[in-house]
Design a protein around this ligand. Structure first.
Ligand code: 7PJ
Length: 277
């Protein structure tokens, strides 16, 4: 199985690719906007790359529950300067975390090779066409509701079956928009319209989704369900995040999206050494 993203081609199975999170937002829940300026975001991104990030995921819109939407102009002003500075400055592949086709298009033009679309549930072929015409990689993430409302009372008859069927529908839709499956990665969207039980059920059932023969992206890093499990505040959720990264690796996930790259790389290296026994 391969994943194509611009000039990149990754082969799976392999130890999960590490996607390092670069927030360029003043209100991001987990780092309080400390990387809010272009310079600090670029420096943080380069540090993550040197710690072993294969991919840098650059986002200009906070998607924490209840966060206000950001205008296209503001989002572009946040992410584009960062992507422009990083293009050519790092060997890590650049990903743009956006729900807006225009932001995705500008980011791909500036050197990004992956569109990370947390709104993949919306029927917006424009996003898929944008990724297709750039030959980009595309992450289709499952979300119930919108970031404004998603955690109000998430309910499913069967969360695993729902996400599984969503993946199948999305693979059809993206192919229909001209984006071949080889460009698509699938993400259960932990925390996006999911209770603690839903997140645990999805993490426990990751193998189920390998049926689609596409890399799975798992983003558990620092999420609130880890706080609900352990009582840990956002800054103290690394242990839970690492447990999830190892679980993702065990299930054959292709990509883990994380805040702490160095620690994740060490945990996954250890996991890989054990799993070779
Ligand atoms: C995810 C994401 C995720 C993908 C965020 C946070 C919230 N993109 N963007 N998967 N989460 N693909 O980092 O806690 O889980 S923003």
């Amino acid at each position: 199985m391969i994943w194509r993203a611009g000039d990149r081609v990754w082969e799976f199975p392999r130890s999960p690719l590490i996607m390092g999170i670069v927030n360029v937002t003043p209100d991001s829940f987990s780092d309080g906007g400390q990387h809010a300026t272009t310079e600090t975001a670029v420096a943080h991104a380069l540090a993550l790359a040197s710690e072993g990030a294969d991919i840098l995921d650059i986002g200009g819109e906070s998607t924490r529950p209840g966060a206000p939407p950001v205008s296209e102009a503001d989002e572009l002003a946040r992410v584009l300067p960062v992507i422009k500075k990083l293009a050519g400055a790092t060997g890590a592949a650049l990903s743009v975390d956006t729900q807006k086709p225009a932001v995705a298009a500008a980011a791909l033009d500036a050197g990004a090779v992956i569109v990370n679309d947390i709104a993949a549930h919306r029927n917006n072929p424009q996003m898929w066409q944008t990724a297709a015409s750039a030959g980009a990689g595309y992450v289709a993430m499952h979300m119930q509701g919108t970031p404004q409302t998603m955690q109000d009372a998430p309910t499913y008859d069967d969360v695993v079956a729902t996400v599984h069927d969503f993946f199948g529908e999305r693979l059809e839709a993206t192919a229909g928009a001209g984006l071949p499956a080889e460009h698509v990665a699938l993400d259960p969207g932990l925390g996006f319209g999911k209770s603690l039980e839903h997140n645990l059920a999805l993490l426990g059932a990751l193998e189920h989704f390998t049926k689609w023969q596409r890399p799975l992206l798992v983003g558990a890093s620092r999420k609130s369900f880890l706080g609900h499990l352990t009582g840990a505040k956002v800054a103290d959720r690394l242990p839970g995040s690492l447990a999830c990264a190892c679980r993702a690796a065990e299930a054959g996930a292709g990509i883990v999206r994380v805040h702490e790259v160095r620690e994740t790389a060490h945990a996954l290296k250890t996991w890989a050494a054990i799993s070779r026994q």
